[in-house]
Design a binder for this molecule. Sequence first.
Ligand SMILES: [Fe+2]
Ligand SMILES: [Fe+2]
Length: 176
Amino acid sequence: MGLVTQPLREEHKELISHIEALRAVADSIGEVPRGTLRRSVDDAYTFLANHLIPHAQAEERVLYPAVGALLGAPEATATMSQDHIAIGRLIDELKALRTRLSADPVSDADLKDLRRVLYGLYTLISVHFSKEEDVYLPLLDAKLSPEEARRLFTAMGQTAQAAHAQHGGKASSREH
Ligand SMILES: [Fe+2]
Ligand SMILES: [Fe+2]
């Protein structure tokens, strides 16, 4: 029998492959030509702005309120929202570093910051995903009917799409 949260688990699996790539890019600093690094950082930032932020916004607006209601305490998810804020700050730092990578030569301090930000994002997002999957999703699987889960994920999809149109539009227009 399938779990009612399977669609969200699938979405996480797809996102996680890109999160693994953040660590690989951090590992590659100093090992690959500057142009290759610049392209990898561009790809990483585009993924975070266009996919991860809309995903987090859909959770803030739809998933976390549902979890809070099931737990009978809306503030129960505040610690997870704090993770989203910390992730957002690191994404902002990555965005600033990304433009500084076009300098020639790139400063050692910027490369050090880039490594810290990429490893930081990798660790923070990996742990955050585990918390959602190991704590929140089993709760939803136990309490939601398939119909309630379907409605929840449809609402999440709509919210993520609207956020994507906002953030994604901005991220790609800045690229060209
Ligand atoms: Fe999240
Ligand atoms: Fe998530």
